[in-house]
Design a protein around this ligand. Sequence first.
Ligand code: BGC
Length: 393
Amino acid sequence: MKLTQSAALAFAATAVAAPSATTPLKPRQASACASAVSLDAKTNVWKKYKLHANYHYRGEIAAAITSMSADLAAKAAKVAEIGTFVWLDTIQNIERLEPALAETPCEEILGVVVYDLPGRDCAAKASNGELKVGEIAKYKGEYIDKIASIIKAHPNTAIALLIEPDSLPNLVTNIDLQTCKDSASGYRDGVAYALKQLNLPNVVQYIDAGHGGWLGWEANLKPGAEELAKAYKAAGSPSQFRGIATNVAGWNQWDLSPGEFSTTSDAKYNKCQNEKTYVTTFGAALKTAGMPNHAIVDTARNGKSGLRKEWGNWCNVKGAGFGIRPSAETGTELADAFVWVKPGGESDGTSDSSAVRYDSFCGKEDAYQPSPEAGQWHQAFFEDLITNAKPAF
Ligand code: BGC
């Protein structure tokens, strides 16, 4: 059964309480804390704060519901209530931050992804960004400084920052590529600057550490930890820094054993066959390198395993399902929380081979096709994520 646009929006409005039928993107009313928030990055803040379900993703889902069956729409309405990070993937999209902050209640924490480095996504094409190599002054002045001033205007709201997915891991494993060589100094300078400027009392910071199938290889653990620790130290060892984020927009299982790729011929060179082992193993390397080593792990789309032909396949993996819900109960001391970082339903990259940002990974056998540009809404993929969710909706 298809719902008409207005019927479905009315449904969404009741089922998810908001957004309203007329303006699905309108943020909710919420009361921030009565006084300034001060987060202690020596503790696990996720024990105290719940990840906020932001208006932007709720709005995308409210629109998606209009063309769904009643059964699926009811499940989608539940997805809209699950805490998910908001991505500031362009200077323009900084406009998402203020309304999301304003609607975050005192007992919740807003998850924010900082993602706009010059020469972004240097080892792939799908997420190449707006800033060119060399535009570091623009990154600092028009992007990071703007984010900092908005956060400063909201001292009574708790914020978890995830700094620049894939950037430093690419410098560890893909530095042979000319594009990554060109991006390297801007990445190092930019990540350190972001950590320094955004070291604010109501913030807790994590930097991206790829996943077990990336920096988990024996040869990558030490150089990986050293690259990340260098950024932390270059930023002046910020007090609000807590550690790393893993599996961002990824598909790895949390504690499947034996792991998904443990029977491949090179598996002996990588003990981190699941994210739990990766967090612990890489965490030890980070400690040796001299940086805080707690982790948050993206479990948004890892509900189903055994879908990828190769571990490195990252684009719109066919048959994927929503995964473990955000929670601070990970059972592992170094893992602060399971979080949803990638908004499930937003594409990883276009499958249109004539597009400028076409990456051949999005044309692979295990990649869903057709798929729109990275970040664009992907209705069919969203519906599959719901159907294949584990735990089920
Ligand atoms: C895209 C971003 C998008 C993010 C979250 C990335 O792959 O490049 O534009 O905001 O995914 O969907």
